[in-house]
Design a protein around this ligand. Structure first.
Ligand code: NOJ
Length: 532
C-alpha cells in the first residue's frame, strides 16, 4: 500500500498524558512517562498514539483551553522531551498525532488578554465580540449543564464574547485572515517538529453566520481545505482527523473530494453498539451504517467505544437518549450534558464476554479503531470525581501504591473497588494468559494482518435472526466473514448457501465448516476467513 495511506489500516491509542505515567514523581503523567512505556504500547501492537492537549493551559477544560500554542505545559515536560518521544516512537514504527484546538483559546491566552483590554488592539478582531447577546440565536449550547449562553459579558472589554464551550474558552474569529494564518503557523510548527498529524478539535464551529446553526458552514470547509492543502504540500503522509460530532451525512463533507480530512470519527455508530448489546439486536447498527455515505478512497473512518469525554448521545433521538440513560446511567450523577460519564468496563457490567464482543465490533466494522488508554485492560472509572474527570484517572500499571502510576502524590484519586488497580492492572494481565489485555492484543494483531478489515468494503449478511450482526469484508481476493451474537442467549441462524463452506477461524487458528445452520453462544463472535 502507498505509505502515505498508513492511517487506513492503523490501530490508534488515545492517551490522556496527565494520567498515563509519571516519570518524575510530581504526581502528573508526562511525556517522558510515555517514552518509558513505549515498549508496552509496542507490545500491545498499536500503530499511532493520539495525545490529548499538552500545551500550556490553565486547565479549565483539561488543556482544551490553550494559553500558548508553541510550547508544552511544564507538568508534561519540554519541547526536547517531546522530540525525544517522537523519535523513540518512530524508531518503533509508532506514529504520534496530537490535538489541534482551532476553534477557541483559553481566556488566559495573550491574544484574548490583548483583545479584551483595548478596542484598538490588533488582537481585538481575533475573537467574536458583540454589543448584544442576541446574535446567532440558532446555535445550540453544547455544555448544557454549565453554560447558560454562548455569549458572556466581559467587563473589561465592555462587550459580549462568543464561545461554544466553557466561558473560559473564547472562540477565535475565523473571519479574520490573521487568525486563519496563525493556525496554519501553529500546524507548521508541530509538523516541523515531527508530529504525524492532528486530531482537529471541534471543527464544525469555526465560523458563525446569522440565520444558521453556525455548524458545518461552507466557510468552515473552505478553511479546512486550506489547512489540508498546506499539509499536503509540505508534509505529505501527515494526517488530519476530524472531530465533528455530527450525523454521517454532515460528516461526509469533511472528507471533501479526498482533499479535506483524511479521517473522521464515526460518532453515531458508537452509541448504537451499546444499544445493540443491550437490546440484543443489530438493527440500529445496520441502519446507521446503511445511512453512512461512501467516502473517498484515500479517507478512513475512525471508530471508538469510549474516549475522554462523556459517552455522547447527541447523535441519537431524544427517546433513544432517554432509553440509553435508563440502561447505562442508573445513577443521575452518571449523566453529563447529553451523555454518560462512564468507562467501557463498568458500562458493560465488567462482563468479559460483553466487553470482548464490543471490541469485536470495534475491530471488524469499517474504520480504523481507537483504543482509549486503560480500556485494553478493562479499567474502571470514578464517578465521585466531577465532570469528565471520572474517566481520566491514572493508568493502572500494577498493584503497588498508586497503581504504579506515580511515586508522588497523584493529581487525582484513582478508581476504587473491583475495577481499581489492586485487581485490574497491566502487570497481572500480562502475566495471565487469557486476560483482557491478551484478548485485546490478539484482536489488534489479527486485524493488522488482514487488509480486508481496513478496506471500505462491507456487506451485511442477511440472516434470519435479529440478534446476530453478520457481515462480509473483502479486499484483493481475501474474504472475511464476521459473526457477532448480541444476545445473552444462544442464537441460531440459517446460512444462505453462498456462505456455506470451509473457513479458517482467525481467533482460534482452526478450520471450520459452515453448513446450513450455525448456533452462536451468548455474546460470542467469530472472525472467519474463507478458504477457496
Ligand atoms: C471536544 C473535546 O473532546 C472536549 O474534551 C473539549 O471539552 C471540547 N472539544 C472543547 O475543546
Amino acid at each position: 500500500m502507498d505509505q502515505t495511506l498508513w492511517y487506513k489500516d492503523a490501530v490508534f491509542y488515545q492517551i490522556y498524558v496527565r494520567a498515563f505515567y509519571d516519570s518524575n514523581g510530581d504526581g502528573h503523567g508526562d511525556l517522558n512517562g510515555i517514552t518509558q512505556k513505549l515498549d508496552y504500547l509496542q507490545d500491545l501492537g498499536v500503530d499511532c498514539l493520539w495525545l490529548m492537549p499538552i500545551y500550556p493551559s490553565p486547565l479549565k477544560d483539561d488543556g482544551y483551553d490553550i494559553a500558548d500554542y508553541y510550547n508544552i505545559d511544564r507538568t508534561f515536560g519540554t519541547l526536547e522531551d517531546f522530540k525525544a518521544l517522537i523519535k523513540a516512537a518512530h524508531q518503533r514504527n509508532i506514529r504520534i498525532i496530537m490535538d489541534l484546538v482551532l476553534n477557541h483559546t483559553s481566556d488566559q491566552h495573550p491574544w484574548f488578554q490583548a483583545s479584551r483590554s483595548d478596542r484598538n488592539s490588533p488582537y481585538r478582531d481575533y475573537y467574536v465580540w458583540s454589543d448584544t447577546d442576541q446574535k446567532y440565536k440558532d446555535a445550540r449550547i453544547i455544555f448544557v449543564d454549565t453554560e447558560p449562553s454562548n455569549w458572556t459579558w466581559d467587563e473589561k472589554a465592555g462587550q459580549y464574547f462568543w464561545h461554544r464551550f466553557y466561558a473560559s474558552q473564547p472562540d477565535l474569529n475565523y473571519d479574520n485572515p490573521k487568525v486563519q494564518n496563525e493556525m496554519l503557523n501553529v500546524a507548521h510548527f508541530w509538523l516541523a517538529l515531527g508530529i504525524d498529524g492532528f486530531r482537529a478539535d471541534a471543527v464544525p464551529y469555526l465560523f458563525e453566520r446569522e440565520g444558521t446553526n453556525c455548524e458545518n458552514l461552507p466557510e468552515t470547509h473552505a478553511y479546512l481545505k486550506k489547512l489540508r492543502a498546506f499539509m499536503h504540500q509540505n508534509y505529505p503522509g501527515r494526517i488530519l482527523l476530524c472531530e465533528a460530532n455530527q450525523s454521517p451525512e454532515d460528516v461526509r463533507p469533511y472528507f471533501g473530494d479526498g482533499d479535506e480530512f483524511h479521517m473522521g470519527f464515526h460518532f453515531p455508530i458508537m452509541p448504537r453498539i451499546y444499544m445493540a448489546l443491550k437490546k440484543g439486536r443489530a438493527d440500529d447498527m445496520i441502519e446507521i451504517l446503511r445511512r453512512t455515505p461512501p467516502i473517498p478512497e484515500n479517507c478512513q473512518w475512525c471508530t471508538f467505544l469510549r474516549n475522554h469525554d462523556e459517552l455522547t448521545l447527541e447523535m441519537v433521538t431524544p427517546e433513544e437518549r432517554q432509553w440509553m440513560w435508563e440502561q447505562y446511567a442508573p445513577e443521575p450523577r452518571m449523566k453529563l450534558n447529553w451523555g454518560i460519564r462512564r468507562r467501557l468496563a463498568p458500562l458493560l457490567d465488567n462482563e468479559r464476554r460483553k466487553i470482548e464482543l464490543a471490541n469485536s465490533l470495534l475491530f471488524t466494522l469499517p474504520g480504523s479503531p481507537i483504543i482509549y488508554y486503560g480500556d485494553e485492560i478493562g479499567m474502571g472509572d470514578n464517578i465521585d470525581l466531577p465532570d469528565r474527570n471520572g474517566v481520566r484517572t491514572p493508568m493502572q500499571w500494577n498493584d503497588s501504591p498508586n497503581g504504579g502510576f506515580s511515586t508522588g502524590k497523584p493529581y487525582t484519586a484513582s478508581v476504587e473497588g473491583d475495577l481499581g488497580y489492586k485487581h485490574i492492572n497491566v502487570a497481572n494481565q500480562i502475566a495471565t494468559p487469557g486476560s483482557m489485555f491478551h484478548a485485546t492484543r490478539q484482536m489488534v494483531t489479527i486485524r493488522k494482518q488482514h487488509p480486508a478489515f481496513a478496506s471500505s468494503s462491507m456487506e451485511w449478511v442477511e440472516v434470519d435472526n435479529p440478534s446476530v450482526a453478520a457481515y462480509r469484508r473483502q479486499y484483493e481476493g481475501e474474504t472475511l466473514l464476521i459473526f457477532n451474537n448480541l444476545s445473552s442467549s444462544d442464537s441460531m441462524i440459517h446460512l444462505p448457501e453462498q456462505y456455506q463452506g470451509t473457513y479458517f477461524d482467525l481467533l482460534t487458528g482452526k478450520l471450520e465448516t459452515l453448513r446450513e445452520s450455525l448456533t452462536l453462544q451468548p455474546y460470542s463472535y467469530l472472525w472467519l476467513q474463507e478458504q477457496k
